[in-house]
Structure formats: C-alpha cells, structure tokens
Design a protein around this ligand. Structure first.
Ligand code: FES
Ligand code: FES
Length: 388
C-alpha cells in the first residue's frame, strides 16, 4: 500500500491505496463517493469522468497514487456549482437521461463544454460529447440540454478557466501547460525550429515500432524516403499544406474512427543522416476538434537484410495531451496505432514496388472501422485462448 494525500471535492484526504488501484475504485470504495460510475474500465465510455486539476479525466485509467497532490472533483462536488445546477435542470427538461448510469460523466463533460466553448453549436457539442457513451437516450436530449444551457448563458461573463490538464498530479499538469504553450508557439511561428518540435525530452505516452523488408536497391529506397510528398501519401489521413522546404513540413492528419475524430494540424522537421541511412522526424500538432496536442518523434533507418533485401525500421514515440490523451492508455488505441503503422508500411511497400508518384494505393484502402473490427476480433480471440 502507498500513502497518498489529495483534495477531493474541496476536502483534504489522506489515505493509502495499492499502486494498481485506479482513482474510480479509490473514490467509490474508500471515500464512498459512488456517484462516479464504472462501466468499461478502459477509458472508452466516459461514465467515470471526474475533474482532475480542473480538467475532465477518466478516473478508471488514472491510478489513485498518481493523483498525489491533485484536486479531484466528483459529481458530488458540484452541489453549489451554478453551471451544474443549470445543466441538471436542462437534463431534466430535455429528457436527457433514462437509467442515469452515464449521467454523472455526461454532466462533468457537459459542464466543461459550457465553460470552455461558450459559442459551441449542436455539431460541436456532439463532437465534444463523443467520448461519453449512453446506451439509453439516443443522445438527442443530451445535446439539446447542453445547447439549452449554452443559449441561456449567451452574454454571461466567461467563467475563469481552471488549470489545464493533463490529468494526474500537479507536476503532470505543469508539464501539460508547457506542452500546450510550446505547441501554440509552433502554430504562431512561421518557421518552427527543431527545438519547438518533438518530445523535447518528455516521456512519451504512446509508442510503437515496426520493421519490414523490401526487395529494392538501398539507394532507391533511401531516395523514396527523401520524397516527402510521396511518403506523406503513404500515411493514412495525411495531407501536406505546401511543398516541403529544407526538410520543414506543414500539414494535417485526419482520422475518424467511430466516435473518435481528429484533425491535427502541425509542423515537422526531418533530419537525415545520409551516410548511415537513418533519419528522424520531429513533429508537433494540435487537434482543431478536441484541442488536444501531440508531439512526436519518428526515427527510421535502413539496413541490408541479405538477398538484395532492405530492412526498414520505423519507431514512433508520441506525447498526447488534452482530451484525446484519455484514450491513449487504452490497449485498443495502442493496437489501433500499431495497425495504422502497419497500413503505412503496406502503402510504402506498394509505392516502392510500383515506382512513380501517382501509383500510391487508393484512399479507399484505408478503412479505420475495418482496423477497429480486426483489433476487437483479436481481443476476443485472445480472451477465448486464455479461457481455454
Ligand atoms: S469506466 Fe468507461 S471510461 Fe472509465
Ligand atoms: S441514460 Fe442510461 S446509459 Fe445514459
């Protein structure tokens, strides 16, 4: 057991928890705050959403001990909150709940939308609520309720913003603010420097790597990797904003997978080591839909693999901050990332095989739902294997 001290609903709490105990269990079992509901317990459904240091967070994928020193607000802590009072009334008026299981998480997310996006329309509210699942209402009433409160508050003095995430201890929140500030700097700067991009020494929260071989001459493969527009066409959802200049690239990456939609705009700088046939891409971007930020470093290298084959090794290390980071620890997302990387490898192999720029595979070849289905099917297969 590990001793922890944190603030919950304005009260200082000291206690102890197993390192593996997640925050939701700690809140429910130790503090008896059962308004925080648990359903998927893997960061997908949003039923367990609470505020950690002022930012909505999944309490099922945050360890209690990682919240040392944090300020946590559960649904029970909004009794005197004016916005929450309006939302509760609007949920009632718009029939925005049936069984009520998802409602605490929905309300915490809805309050964040009302305070953070006072000009949001129904379409934006739907996007923002995409991380909270409800199996009863069909969502229409929930969206109407949030829009109703937004409408009522038009012209209201904007509420002071709480501290930014990411979720977890105060230390982590500070790192998140730095990350957001640095990415904002990248967005403003016309020519970001390498120092603005990449992880900047921060530990990643997403990692994947892949390796494959192709039967093409080393020099030819290296030349293709230097053709940035061609490589960009191999990346699912990627579009360059302009032709690259001196290894500096700007563009966007859009991926929509069920309720998760992202549209990251950003910049990257690629540094190549020609004699060693290795390179590194430093990137940073911001998702215009969720406000999440991402910083990444992608390293790649070529080496002979015998019989005229070339081995291509690629590894990705990324740091996701903001609402999307709440999905980052889900094994499904990690698996999905690995499959996206595999799709990139498949397209790269294709373009190496078929040569010219216009020979990249058709866009329809990227089917995210097929990837998700494959990931889930593999999970079931592995569960059955374990059960047997
Ligand atoms: S219980 Fe589903 S996100 Fe936490
Ligand atoms: S009201 Fe039943 S799950 Fe949302």
């Amino acid at each position: 057991m590990t001793d922890i001290a944190l603030t919950v609903n304005g009260r200082g709490i000291s206690g102890s928890a197993e390192p593996r105990t997640h925050l939701a269990d700690f809140l429910r079992d130790t503090l008896n705050l059962t308004g925080t509901h648990l359903r998927c317990e893997q960061g997908v459904c949003g039923a367990c959403t609470v505020l950690i240091d002022g930012a909505p967070a999944r309490s099922c994928i945050n360890y209690a001990v990682a919240c040392q020193g944090a300020e946590v607000t559960t649904i029970e802590g909004f009794e005197a909150d004016e916005v929450m009072a309006r939302l509760r009334a609007a949920f009632h008026q718009e029939h925005a709940l049936q069984c009520g299981f998802c409602t605490p998480g929905m309300l915490v997310t809805a309050r964040d939308i009302v305070l953070r996006l006072p000009d949001a329309d129904a379409a934006r509210v739907k996007v923002e609520l995409a991380g909270n699942l409800c199996r009863c209402t069909g969502y229409a009433g929930i969206v109407r309720a949030v829009c109703r409160v937004l409408e009522e508050r038009k012209g209201a003095v904007p509420a002071p913003q709480g501290r930014l995430g990411p979720v977890g201890a105060r230390k982590a929140a500070g790192a998140g603010i730095q990350a957001v500030a640095a990415v904002a700097k990248v967005a403003q700067a016309s020519t970001p420097t390498t120092a603005d991009l990449g992880l900047g020494g921060r530990p990643p929260n997403l990692e994947t790597s892949l390796a494959f071989t192709v039967r093409r001459p080393l020099a030819e493969v290296w030349a293709v990797l230097d053709d940035i527009p061609r490589v960009a066409r191999c990346m699912p959802g990627a579009v360059l904003a302009a032709p690259p200049v001196d290894g500096h690239v700007e563009g966007r990456v859009s991926v929509k997978v069920g309720p998760i939609a992202t549209n990251f705009s950003g910049a990257a700088r690629i540094i190549r080591n020609d004699p060693e046939k290795r390179g590194i891409l430093y990137g940073a971007g911001r998702d215009g839909l969720s406000g999440s930020t991402a910083r990444a470093e992608i390293t790649y290298g070529l080496s002979p693999a015998g019989d005229d084959a070339i081995r291509i090794e690629i590894s990705l290390r990324a740091l996701l901050a903001g609402p999307l980071a709440q999905f980052g620890r889900s094994q499904i997302v990690q698996d999905l990332l690995a499959r996206l990387a595999g799709e990139f490898a498949r397209r790269l192999e294709y373009t190496l095989e078929h040569g010219e720029a216009d020979s990249s595979p058709p866009e329809t070849a990227f089917r995210p739902w097929a990837l998700v289905t494959a990931v889930i099917a593999e999970k079931f297969r592995s569960l059955f294997r374990k059960a047997r």
